[in-house]
Design a protein around this ligand. Structure first.
Ligand SMILES: Nc1ncnc2c1ncn2[C@@H]1O[C@H](COP(=O)(O)OP(=O)(O)OP(=O)(O)O)[C@@H](O)[C@H]1O
Ligand SMILES: [Mg+2]
Length: 345
């Protein structure tokens, strides 16, 4: 199967059309004194235009490192040790620093969790946006760029955008600052937007508005979005496709409806069971018991085996010995679990 995918070399459908982004067998490891931390350990992802792909999983499972690897912004002692990343068929891991920095400003952009951390406190937000525009649109007259700044602020739902452009970041609420970040993210008209927990720091109402805005951007600009979150409620609202990560790898991938209707991996089932219902927090017992194994010393077999109720119930030996592959067991619905072995075709 792998051979077939390799021959395909970036072409990922029978008619030769490229996905916007295709990540294959990505491994990003950290070479530390205590050992090799396998933060990302065999991740596959596909994002099409006009699609929101949500990466969901517990803290530390490698969501941010996957995103940073795509952008090649992983700091030492970490580095990509294996895998390929294709942007419309063009391989990225072999690009040099200059080429990547050009791509980051033009075709791929990223929004981070804490809005103010990526806004410069000493410049007005309009000026910061103008700067992004001038890096990428030298040819356009300054007055036109200034108009574009106002248009961008309006597009992300900032009221009175002309006046707001002369605010400093600290003069804005968290929600407004996050909108400015989104405006910065789309200023270069990217093909792919990566949003890493962009609403976690916001209150629920503002969060809903920002999610709404992102969906609108997906539809109106026809961009691909990777949306990272640990919140299954946000996934249900945002995602077209969901990739569930556990301990550095994708354990289940499916269209959103399919994932919620019929979650296959026992880990995904646990995540869905722990969603609070209608604001009523469920008993903590529903949270999956146990801890994630060490990313330095991953035991053989399935990474989830030690916490897996199904394995314990069925007393499955194989789960402890051999790691399952990600298998497509329904159309477009893949899972990395031995329970579905015989269904793999
Ligand atoms: N500099 C580093 N040195 C060693 N290990 C690191 C380093 N940075 C990250 N890691 C490891 O990479 C793993 C994945 O980190 P990552 O930031 O991708 O998690 P995450 O899924 O985004 O979590 P969160 O939900 O908390 O943001 C972590 O478990 C951590 O142990
Ligand atoms: Mg993270």
């Amino acid at each position: 199967m792998i051979d077939k995918a390799m021959q395909n070399n970036g072409n990922n459908s029978s008619n030769g059309e490229h996905a916007l982004l295709e990540v294959r067998g990505l491994k990003t490891h950290f070479f530390t004194r205590s050992g090799v931390v396998k933060a990302v350990d065999g991740v596959n992802l596909r994002v099409k235009r006009g699609q929101v792909v949500c990466i969901v999983g517990e803290s530390g499972c490698g969501k941010s490192m996957t995103a940073l690897s795509i952008l090649q912004l992983v700091d030492k002692p970490g580095r990509i040790v294996e895998g390929e990343i294709y942007l419309e068929g063009e391989e990225l891991t072999s690009k040099n620093r200059r080429e990547m920095s050009q791509l980051r400003g033009s075709r791929i952009s990223m929004i981070f969790q804490e809005p103010r951390s990526s806004l410069n406190p000493v410049f007005k937000v309009g000026k910061q946006l103008l700067e992004v525009l001038s890096i990428h649109k030298h040819a356009i007259a300054k007055t036109e760029r200034e108009q574009q700044v106002v248009d961008l602020l309006r597009a992300v739902g900032i009221p009175d955008p002309k006046k707001r452009a002369s605010n400093y970041p600290h003069e804005m609420s968290g929600g407004m600052a996050q909108r400015v970040m989104i405006a910065m993210g789309i200023a270069c008209a990217p093909d792919l937007l990566i949003a890493d927990e962009p609403t976690t720091a916001l209150d629920v109402t503002i969060q809903a508005q920002v999610l709404d805005l992102m969906r609108k951007l997906r539809d109106e600009l026809n961009i691909g979005i990777i949306f990272i979150t640990h919140d299954m409620g946000v996934v249900a609202e945002m995602a077209d496709i969901v990739a569930v990560m556990y301990a550095g790898t994708v354990v289940e991938e499916a269209p959103t409806e399919s994932l919620f209707e019929e979650p296959l991996h026992p880990y995904t089932q646990g995540l869905i069971a722990s969603i609070p219902i209608m604001g009523e927090f469920k008993d903590r017992l529903d949270v999956i018991p146990g801890t994630v194994p060490s990313l330095i010393d991953m035991p053989p077999g399935c990474r989830f085996a030690s916490r897996c109720r199904a394995r314990i119930e069925h007393n499955l030996e194989k789960c402890l010995d051999e790691e399952p592959e990600l298998m497509e067991v329904r159309s477009g619905h893949s899972v990395r679990c031995w329970l579905y072995e015989e269904q793999d075709t």
